[in-house]
Design a protein around this ligand. Structure first.
Ligand code: UD1
Ligand code: CA
Length: 464
């Protein structure tokens, strides 16, 4: 059976979100590496709607620019000065074909945990029942603030009443309106045209469509879900963190079921766009962010942050910060190292402790084991860079490149003043300050020659 597709999804995102106390629009705050609006759009897209609309007003330009960046095919609808979810939906309709038929889903831009499956379930129920309106509902232990689902004696939904408009008896209802609905397009259009603003908040309520649809002879149904977190909105930063943790747990559980070992899910943060191979092990205190991918069998952590990077199969990264870097298969990094943008580690190479790299290509099996700054460099396969080597890439004006040949050896405590090329198999003596190229077969010794002065202690430090 192919699941039905909606004619459109309208995402309401025009509200102010004042409780965030933020210069950034609420729906542009992010959890698990995706904005709240990005999550709402991802869920909407999963239903494959013919049209996708986001309704904006507050900080309109910032929100619209973000939508445009996510998907230029999404239509932006501007809500005018008339307030309320009903007016927002009506403004959404205005950018759709006026005779659009079929089902329109309405969701919120600040409800990030709603899944595409739930929207598909709502749509499937709506279609199967032949309803005019189907509202997504849940049983809330504390329904304060929510619209209540009013049913008649037969259990049929008759209306939604806003908390502020409830009678004392209606306040006792615990079935709440999630704010997510499936509407027949014609019903939504006709009823919204008749909704007024005569209520406690003087707003045009989308919820009023239900009673009107029913009065017009349409079937109004509820689709109840158990997982209330899916319908929870973010109003302040406390809820942002709470929903972020729930989403993170959901992601972690998905990866564990897919064959990833996560030693401590509570301290492991995996953004939604990250991909992990089988038998990856993640130790405590690890953040995998952005478009990061980790190959099968790799061991990441403890205490690692990796952003927008590619980690090869069977690699190991411990106590490190990795940004826009590639770590080859079987390579090992850390503890306490920092791989900056443009770092590319070849297979089985090694970056040890207290090493910083930037724009550096490090060949297969090459080793940078201790206390090094390696910026703007190419290091050949099998080379060894001694402890405390500094690639001096910056002369105060320009940055220059260093090339270290294959299987060459740089002694400890060397400063390489770029640009310098060390040939394949060549050597650099420990403690050198290298300013010229080193040819094949050579060793460069660029330091003061050692002089031992016999009898000096007795002469100059008698009695010590
Ligand atoms: C709404 C519902 C309520 C439901 C609750 C669930 C109405 C009248 N009430 O209440 O029954 O239980 O959601 O969270 O619909 N928005 C706009 N333009 C506006 C107003 C709101 O786009 O003029 C957007 C907001 O950005 C937000 C969503 O609609 O994403 C909900 O708005 P909000 O003010 O939170 O609705 P509630 O009053 O909480
Ligand atoms: Ca709300």
């Amino acid at each position: 059976m192919t699941s039905p597709r909606p004619a459109a999804v309208i995402i309401l995102a025009a509200g102010e979100g004042t409780r965030m106390r933020s210069a950034i629009p609420k729906v542009l705050h992010a959890i698990c590496g995706r904005t709240l609006l990005g999550h709402a759009i991802a869920a909407a897209r999963a239903t494959q709607p013919a049209h996708l609309v986001v309704v904006v007003r507050h900080q309109r330009d910032l929100v619209a620019a973000h939508v445009e960046q996510l998907d230029p095919a999404i239509r932006i609808a501007d809500q005018d000065a008339v307030k309320g979810t009903g007016r927002a939906a009506e403004c959404g309709l205005e950018v759709l074909p006026p005779d659009l038929a079929g089902t329109i889903l309405v969701t919120y831009g600040d409800v990030p945990l709603l899944t595409g499956e739930t929207l598909e379930g709502l749509l499937a129920r709506h279609t199967a029942d032949g309803s005019a309106v189907t509202v997504l509902t849940g049983e809330a232990p504390d329904p304060t603030g929510y619209g209540r689902i009013v049913r008649d004696d037969s259990g049929a939904v008759t209306a939604i009443v806003e908390h502020k408009d409830c009678t004392p008896q209606e306040l006792g209802i615990t079935e709440i309106n999630s704010g997510i609905y499936a509407f027949e397009a014609a019903v939504l259009r006709d009823c919204l045209a008749r909704v007024g603003t005569d209520n406690a908040q003087n707003e045009k309520y989308l919820t009023d469509v239900l009673a009107l649809a029913r009065a017009g002879g349409g079937l109004v149904s509820a689709y109840q879900i158990d997982d209330l977190s899916q319908t929870e909105g973010v109003n302040d930063r406390v809820q942002l963190a709470t929903l972020g943790a729930i989403l993170n747990r959901r992601q972690n559980e998905m990866w564990m079921r897919a064959g990833v070992t996560i030693v401590d899910p509570a301290t492991t943060w995996i953004d939604v766009d990250v991909t992990l191979g089988t038998d990856v092990t993640i130790e405590p205190g690890t953040q995998l962010l952005g478009a990061t991918s980790v190959g099968a069998g790799a061991i990441i952590g403890p205490e690692v942050t990796i952003r927008d990077s590619e980690i090869g199969v069977d690699a190991q990264v411990r106590r490190a910060e990795v940004v826009l870097a590639v770590v080859g298969a079987g390579a090992s990094v850390g503890p306490y190292s920092y791989l900056r943008p443009g770092t590319e580690l070849g297979p089985n190479s090694k970056i040890g402790g207290f090493v910083e790299t930037k724009n550096a290509r490090i060949g297969a099996g090459a080793r940078v084991p201790h206390l090094t700054y390696c910026g703007d460099a190419t290091i050949g396969e099998g080379a060894n860079i001694g402890a405390g080597t500094i690639f001096a890439n910056y002369d105060g004006v320009t940055k220059s490149h260093t090339t270290i040949g294959k299987y060459s050896f740089v002694g400890s405590d060397t400063v390489i003043v770029a640009p310098v090329t060390v040939a394949d198999g060549a050597y650099v003596a420990a403690g050198s300050a290298l300013v010229r190229d080193v040819a094949p077969g050579e060793i460069a010794v660029a330091r003061g020659r050692q002089r031992n002065v016999r009898g000096w202690v007795a002469r100059a430090r008698a009695g010590t």
